[in-house]
Every structure is written in structure tokens, then in C-alpha cells.
Design a protein around this ligand. Structure first.
Ligand code: HEM
Length: 455
């Protein structure tokens, strides 16, 4: 059966439905801050696929149908930019990096960075990913309780650093960078939750801490950029590739390389770490899925570490990652603003208004997924992907701004899962509740403490 995408439930009235007005504006703000994914799910269920709501003083729109998402992210993508609020919050860290640049600058940088993420190039990182995982597991002991979310974060940070710079950092450097990244994440999380922000140039204690954190990562990037500029050697790492890339306007400047490297460190590890944390949680709570995973790993790998060539033979490992990304898409919400007045499904949206898009709600829509709240990796083994509208599954976004690290992340998550699950299992304590904490990315609230057992 093909699931039709023509079931768009938008209002035919002149005005869009949704909770607007002064009272609603403050209620929405509270709900938004307390539980953004829950708030958006409720909006979609109560008001349909195209909703307007007041958010404090701002009129905001929320679209929830694959056809509308297609128009904004793919068809008319050039009419929409990343929002000013996203840029204001992230610019102190990412400068004009790919995640938040727009227009001509974004187009050029995407062209220059794209070759570094070419399939063949990425395949060369598989061994590093597995090596980092084997090293991380050396300090895990059966029977102990571990903060699995921390372990995944440390591991994916190590992987992004080694693939970006081509070598491991010293333990002191690694700790300093890990701490700096934590500070940056905390800052960004706080900033997104508050409407009234103190500018980063005001020397508050939090801003001073942020400045120091940025300096640590800047110094690291500067060291590697300088090394490359001196030798001009392509060492096979992402940074060399980025710095070697040329277009008709030349190479990227050191300042631009700094912004892109910073962006890759930030965008390239927390999302994958959260995905893996959710995967361990889901495996622990679905023993039949875990058993089938173990069975596949035993059959295909028989105890040896995986390589990139094994991945096509590990389809169940892949659908576990896909299904985890459906239920807990790390980038659970994104936003755009039109750069000119636009018409969407017959409704005029003025230039500059925020439009929210939430993979989290689309992925839990019963029109596209049977038992949408259930973790069922098998659902992907058939022809589901052909039957649902293209944008009913978008953990990596869509259109020209689709995640540049998409293939990198999918490879990394599968390799880590396959490497770890052959040696260890993780179990939750009886009655332990795990729920999402929607910061900038979707992570388990209060962390994820699990007991490590040997297999
Ligand atoms: C499971 C892991 C990941 C998820 C769920 C994810 C998700 C996303 C999403 C949804 C977007 C688009 C945001 C939007 O349209 O507003 C995006 C963009 C981006 N991601 Fe990822 N990502 C992941 C891993 C990575 C990795 C490993 C890297 C780099 C090594 C990376 C680098 C980027 C960059 C640079 C962009 C901006 C692309 C552009 O605008 O041209 N991501 N990611």
C-alpha cells in the first residue's frame, strides 16, 4: 500500500489555526521551555499540519506535513535562511560556519567541504572509528555502572578530532577540549531557552567561561591549520581536504577554516553520541531486538571488529540505528525564516517570521508509521521507505542543507554499535525511567547510567 501524501490537514480558513493571543503567548512560552517536543506534538495533534502560535512577542509557524516540509527545505529552499535567533546563539562559537551561514557564502563553503565527505573519503575513517571504540572499551569493566551518555560523547568527540586533524590529542588536551565543548553546549542550551539574552561581550561569569572555552578550541584548530599551511601535505584528514579545496575564488581563509572546523567538532559528535545513547537504552528495553542484533553480529563477524566492508552485511544493525533516529532524532527540531514574503499552502507568511520543522513529530505520525511510539527496527526491512512520502523520515534534514555528515554518522553509529555489542551489554536498573531532555539536541534527561555486562 502506498501512503498518500495528499492528506494535508491545513485549514481552508483565511487564518491558520493555533493558540494565539496574549495569554496563549505566555502559556506557549512556558510549554516550549518545559518540553518542546511534547509541545509540538500537542500542537500538531490539536491543530493539524500547519499551525500558527504566539511565542512570547513573536508569531511563529509550525509545519508538520511532508509536502510542506518539501516546499520549505527542498523546492523553495533558496527562499529560506537559518533564523536570526539560531545565528545569534551559535555565532559566538561557530562564526560563519556551514551550519549557520547562508546565501553565497554557504554555497561556496558547501562546495569546498563536500569532497571531504565523499563516500570513498569517509570509508577511510572506518578503521579510526573502530580503533577509537576498542581503545575506549579498555577502561570498561563488567559489573560497573557507567554514564553511557558520557562514554558515547567522549568516544564520538575523539573520533571527530582524529578524523578532522589526523591524529589523537594528548590526554590533557583531550580533557581541555572535552570541557570546552561541555561549556559551549551548556551555553547554547541556556541561550535557546531564554528569550532575553545577555550579549556575549558582557563580561558575566558565564560569558567569561564561554570565551575561555572558545579560546581552547581556537588554539587547537589554529595549530593544525598552521601545520597544514607549512607542509601543504594532504594527510587524509578532513581538515587537509578542506584546506586543499579550491574553487574559482581560491582557497578558504584561515578564519573560514576555523569556523568550519569548529562547526564540524560541534555538529559532528553530540548528535551521534545521543543517537548511540538512545540505541543502548532501546536495546536494553527490547531484549528480542538485542538478541537479533547479537545473532547478526555473531554470524557476520564472529567476534572480530567490523570493517567498512562488513556494513552491507549488517542490515539489522543499520535498521536499529534508523529506527533509533526515527524515535529520537538528535536534531529533533530546526527552523527557517523566509527572506521574502512567501505563500505556503495558500497562506501568506511575512518575511522574517520563524517556521519550525520537527522531525520528532513527523516521525511519530500515525499516517506514516504503524504504532508510531513503538521501537520496531524490522519496519525498515520491507518497502516502508518506498511507501511513505520522502520527507516523512528526515533525521538528517533534506534538500541542499541536508546534513553533510549524514553518511559519516551512519557509518560511525553502525561501527560503534557492532564493535561494542560484541563485547558488552548495557542494562538499566529496575524501575529506572529514561526520558528525553530537549536541549539543543535530544538527550536522555539527567544522563544515562547503565550497568555494563560482559557478553
Ligand atoms: C546522528 C548524527 C547526526 C544527525 C542526527 C545530524 C542531523 C543534522 C540535521 C538535521 C542537519 C540539518 C539542519 C537543518 O536543516 O537546519 C544537519 C546539518 C549539518 N550537520 Fe549533521 N547530523 C549528524 C551528524 C553529523 C556529523 C557526524 C557531522 C560532521 C562530521 C555533521 C555536520 C553537519 C553540518 C556541517 C551541517 C550543516 C550543513 C549545511 O547547512 O550545509 N553532522 N545535521
Amino acid at each position: 500500500m502506498t501512503i498518500s501524501s495528499s492528506s494535508l490537514t491545513t485549514s481552508t480558513r483565511a487564518t491558520l489555526p493555533g493558540p494565539c493571543g496574549v495569554r496563549a503567548a505566555w502559556q506557549n512560552l512556558r510549554a516550549f521551555r518545559a518540553d518542546l517536543p511534547g509541545f509540538l506534538l500537542k500542537l500538531a495533534r490539536e491543530y493539524g499540519d500547519f499551525v500558527q502560535f504566539d511565542f512570547g512577542p513573536f508569531r511563529t509557524y509550525f509545519i508538520n506535513h511532508p509536502d510542506l516540509l518539501h516546499q520549505v527545505l527542498v523546492g523553495d529552499a533558496s527562499h529560506y535562511y537559518k533564523t536570526r535567533i539560531t545565528k545569534a546563539v551559535l555565532r559566538p562559537l561557530l562564526g560563519e560556519g556551514l551550519l549557520i551561514s547562508d546565501g553565497e557564502l554557504w554555497r561556496r563553503q558547501r562546495r569546498l567541504l563536500q569532497p571531504a565527505f565523499h563516500a570513498a573519503r569517509i570509508a577511510a575513517y572506518a578503521d579510526t572509528m573502530v580503533q577509537c571504540t576498542l581503545e575506549a572499551m579498555q577502561s570498561w569493566h563488567p559489573g560497573e555502572q557507567r554514564r553511557v551518555d558520557h562514554d558515547m560523547m567522549t568516544l564520538t568527540l575523539e573520533i571527530v578530532i582524529r578524523t578532522l586533524f589526523g591524529e589523537a590529542l594528548s590526554p590533557e588536551e583531550r580533557d581541555a577540549v572535552g570541557h570546552a565543548v561541555d561549556v559551549g553546549q551548556k551555553h547554547v542550551g541556556e541561550m535557546f531557552k531564554t528569550l532575553f539574552r545577555i550579549p556575549t561581550w558582557v563580561p558575566t561569569p558565564a560569558n567569561r567561561e564561554l570565551k575561555q572555552a572558545v579560546q581552547v578550541i581556537d588554539a587547537l584548530i589554529a595549530r593544525f591549520v598552521a601545520r597544514y599551511r607549512q607542509s601543504g601535505e594532504d594527510r587524509g584528514d578532513l581538515l587537509s581536504m578542506m584546506l586543499a579545496a579550491v574553487d574559482e575564488t581560491g582557497q578558504m581563509t584561515d578564519a573560514q577554516a576555523r569556523d568550519e572546523a569548529f562547526t564540524l567538532i560541534v555538529a559532528g559528535h553530540e548528535t551521534t553520541a545521543n543517537t548511540l545513547s538512545w540505541a543502548w537504552y532501546l536495546l536494553a528495553t527490547h531484549p528480542h531486538v538485542e538478541a537479533r542484533l547479537h545473532d547478526e553480529l555473531q554470524r557476520v563477524l564472529n567476534g572480530r571488529p567490523p570493517t567498512v566492508d562488513d556494513l552491507p552485511n549488517l542490515p539489522y544493525t543499520e535498521v536499529i540505528v534508523k529506527e533509533t533516529l526515527r524515535l529520537y532524532p538528535a536534531a529533533y527540531v530546526t527552523a527557517r525564516e523566509p527572506i521574502t514574503d512567501v505563500t505556503l499552502a495558500g497562506h501568506r507568511i511575512p518575511k522574517g517570521r520563524t517556521i519550525l520543522i520537527a522531525p520528532y513529530t513527523v516521525h511519530r505520525d500515525p499516517r506514516w508509521y504503524e504504532q508510531p511510539e513503538a521501537f520496531m527496527p524490522e519496519r525498515w526491512l520491507g518497502d516502508l521507505e518506498k511507501r511513505i512520502p520522502r520527507l516523512a523520515y528526515l533525521p538528517f534534514g533534506a534538500g541542499p542543507r541536508i546534513c553533510i555528515g549524514n553518511a559519516f554518522a551512519m557509518m560511525e553509529a553502525r561501527l560503534i554499535l557492532a564493535t561494542v555489542a560484541q563485547r558488552f551489554r548495557f542494562v538499566l536498573s529496575a524501575g529506572q525511567r529514561v526520558e528525553p531532555d530537549p536541549m539543543v539536541t535530544l538527550r536522555p534527561r539527567g544522563g544515562l547510567t547503565m550497568q555494563v555486562l560482559a557478553r
